[in-house]
Design a protein. Structure first.
Length: 317
């Protein structure tokens, strides 16, 4: 950073998938005065510097939100909003920030924009910059900056698929309907696999299950992958998921690396899964090695932080 004092950044108001907290931690390592303020702590990702613990009716909640905004404004240079949410109503949030010459960023995480019209997403243009996490999500916000979610790879030691002939297949749906869990269950029926469905557990418990997996099935509807898949790729696991071809091609062009995830649909899942199971442990490990290499090239938190700092500095000029 080139300024005489650190840039003061507040990430808010949610910690969806732990992405804001990861960003804040990495920014602090770069000398940015970053913090995370959330409405409420999530069960799976409770990390935050401050939680408003919002409860009660609308008036009570709004009073708490306006109070924290008043506290933060004098000591914040840039507000980094996440998941299409702001501290106070958007119709007032952005005019206040502009009037006080405060910078702002809106970061989308996928389900907050997927399938919405340009008119429904017009609010984001009031921010100084918009961020999406993939070349799939950019079709909804074409003018946004692509910064793939980063994870701290130093904390994720690869755990190669085992040598057992009967593989453990892990599927961890946040929503069975949205992730296509019924199709996953049917695809595994009759295959010589042990299917483990991981849900309703803390993040650290879920990671323990991911480590034991030989093969991971992510989602079958969204068209791109999320943090679950990123963590499993970092562990060196083969991951099957539904991917849009154009997003795959643009990602490979942008980062100069092949996307190693096995692309499937509801119709092809059983066939592709059966083929991978029959290929055996050596193939699982080969794909797993490519998975880890890909994450190091695309999802290393240091790379994501480079892009964030560059974006912040551009807004600051």
């Amino acid at each position: 950073m080139t300024s005489r004092r650190p840039l003061r950044v507040v990430h808010c108001p949610v910690n969806t998938a732990g992405i804001p907290w990861t960003n804040v931690q990495a920014l602090r390592e770069r000398g940015v005065d970053a913090s995370l303020v959330v409405f409420n702590r999530y069960t799976l990702h409770p990390e935050a510097d401050r939680s408003l613990e919002l409860e009660g009716g609308l008036v009570r909640r709004q009073l708490a939100q306006w109070k924290v905004l008043a506290e933060l404004l004098p000591r914040t240079d840039l507000f980094h909003f996440t998941f299409g949410l702001t501290l106070v109503p958007q119709s007032l949030q952005f005019p206040i920030l502009r009037a006080l010459r405060k910078r702002s960023v809106m970061q989308y995480l996928g389900s907050d924009i997927r399938g919405k019209t340009p008119e429904e997403l017009a609010y984001g243009r009031k921010a100084g910059a918009e961020i999406v996490g993939s070349y799939d999500a950019i079709r909804w916000v074409p003018h946004a900056t692509v910064i793939p979610p980063g994870i701290d790879l130093a904390r994720v030691t690869p755990a190669q698929p085992s040598g057992r002939r009967r593989p453990v297949v892990v599927h961890a749906p946040s929503s069975r309907r949205r992730k296509g869990t019924d199709h996953v269950v049917r695809a595994c029926e009759g295959l010589d696999v042990e299917l483990r469905i991981v849900e309703g557990v803390r993040h650290d418990e879920a990671l323990a299950h991911y480590r034991e997996a030989d093969i991971v099935v992510d989602q079958l509807n969204a068209g791109w992958y999320g943090l679950l898949a990123i963590e499993c790729l970092a562990l060196g696991k083969p991951v099957l998921t539904f991917l849009h071809d154009e997003a795959r091609a643009r990602t490979e062009q942008a980062y100069g690396v092949e996307v190693p995830l096995v692309g499937v649909t509801t119709e092809t899942l059983r066939e592709r899964l059966a083929h991978l199971v029959d290929a055996g442990p050596s193939e699982w490990r080969r794909v797993g090695d490519a998975s880890r290499d890909y994450v190091e090239r695309v999802h290393d938190v240091e790379r994501a932080t480079d892009k964030l700092v560059e974006l912040y500095e551009g807004l600051r000029r």
